[in-house]
Write a protein that binds this ligand. Structure first.
Ligand code: SF4
Length: 303
C-alpha cells in the first residue's frame, strides 16, 4: 500500500493576486486566509515575484486571492497574460484557485497553461448564502467546474469542505455526487472547517472526526481509483471546548480508515500508524494536487 505524503512549504508558496483585499466577508475566514500569502497584484509584480521565488528555490506556486461580490478572484483576468509569461519563462508548476469562472475566463486559464485548477465545491445553497454571502446557489459552483472541464483544463481538483456549514454536515455528499456526475477530477481534496481566530466562528467546535470519515468514505465509494487527499487546511490542535475531542490525529485516522490515500503535512503520530500498518510512504515536497505525471520532475523519496 502506498500513501503519498506532501510537504507544501517552503517549495510551493502561496501568492495573493488581490493582496489583502477581498469584497466578500465569508464568516469562516473574514479575509484571514489572505494574511499568509505573498501579495502580487499587478502583472509586473507577479512575474517579478515568481522569478525571484524560483531563484530562491520555489518549484511551484499557489495563485489565489480574495474575491469580488460574485465570487470571482480579484485581478485574475488582468493577470492571465502574466501567468502565461511565468509558465513560458520559468519552470514553476502553477496551481490556480480559480474562484467562480465563466467559460471565457476558463478558456483564458487553459490558454495561460495553468497546471492545476482548484476550487471548493459547495453542495448546499444555504452554505453558499450564509457562509460566503453569495446570492447564487450550488449551480454557480457546478457551472464553474463544467466551464473548466469543457474549456479543456487538464487537471481539476475540487475541494470539499467537511463542516463548512457552521461545523456540521450539509452539502458535502451532494457536492461529491455532482462532481461524480459532471466532471472527471484528477484529485479529490477533503479539507475540514477550521475555527479560525479573528472570525465570528472562532468559538465553534471543530467538525467531528466521524464526519470526516463519512465524507471520505462516500468519496472513496464514488471514486474507487482516484487520489483522495486530506488537505492541509484542517484543525491541527485539540478542540477548544469540552466535549469537542477532535484532535489532529483523530481527523487523520478517520480519513485514513475510510479511503484517504494522500495527505498534506501529516502529524508524526499518523506517520507512526502508517508505518505500523505497512504503508510505503512516498514523500513529495509539493502541494497534494501535484499530478502524478509531475512526480519524476519534482522528485520524491520513499520513507
Ligand atoms: S473570498 Fe476567500 S479570502 Fe475572501 S473572505 Fe471568503 S474565503 Fe476569505
Amino acid at each position: 500500500m502506498i500513501m503519498r505524503i506532501y510537504y507544501v512549504w517552503p517549495c510551493f508558496p502561496s501568492v495573493s493576486m488581490s493582496g489583502p483585499h477581498c469584497s466578500l466577508d465569508c464568516v469562516h475566514c473574514n479575509r484571514r486566509y489572505l494574511s499568509n500569502m505573498i501579495p502580487a497584484t499587478t502583472p509586473e509584480t507577479l512575474v517579478d515575484l515568481a522569478t525571484e521565488l524560483e531563484k530562491k528555490g520555489a518549484r511551484g506556486l499557489l495563485l489565489s486571492g480574495g474575491c469580488d461580490k460574485k465570487g470571482r478572484i480579484l485581478n485574475l483576468q488582468k493577470l492571465l497574460p502574466a501567468i502565461k509569461r511565468i509558465k513560458r519563462e520559468t519552470d514553476l508548476i502553477l496551481k490556480l484557485h480559480t474562484g467562480i469562472v465563466d467559460r471565457e475566463v476558463a478558456e483564458g486559464i487553459v490558454e495561460a497553461e495553468v497546471d492545476v485548477a482548484s476550487m471548493e465545491f459547495v453542495g448546499a445553497d444555504e452554505s453558499v448564502h450564509e457562509i460566503f454571502g453569495l446570492n447564487f446557489g450550488v449551480e454557480g459552483y457546478l457551472r464553474t467546474f463544467v466551464n473548466l472541464s469543457e474549456a479543456g483544463m487538464g487537471y481539476i481538483s475540487p475541494h470539499v469542505v467537511v463542516g463548512l456549514h457552521f461545523g456540521g454536515l450539509l452539502g458535502e455528499f451532494n457536492a461529491l455526487n455532482l462532481i461524480k456526475k459532471h466532471i472527471d477530477p484528477d484529485t479529490l481534496v477533503i479539507i475540514v472547517f477550521r475555527p479560525t481566530r479573528g472570525t465570528s466562528l472562532e468559538h465553534l467546535p471543530a467538525p467531528l472526526a466521524k464526519d470526516v470519515g463519512r465524507v471520505t468514505a462516500h468519496a472513496r465509494k464514488l471514486f474507487p481509483e482516484k487520489r483522495i487527499l486530506l488537505g492541509s487546511l484542517r484543525p491541527r490542535i485539540s478542540g477548544r471546548s469540552e466535549g469537542d475531542r477532535n484532535t489532529r490525529l483523530e481527523i487523520e485516522l478517520a480519513a485514513l480508515n475510510n479511503g484517504m490515500n494522500a495527505i498534506e503535512v501529516p502529524s508524526p503520530m499518523l506517520l507512526r500508524v502508517l508505518k505500523e500498518r505497512g504503508y510505503r510512504l512516498k514523500r513529495i515536497e509539493a502541494y497534494g494536487v501535484l499530478p502524478e505525471d509531475y512526480e519524476e520532475r519534482i522528485g520524491y523519496e520513499w520513507v
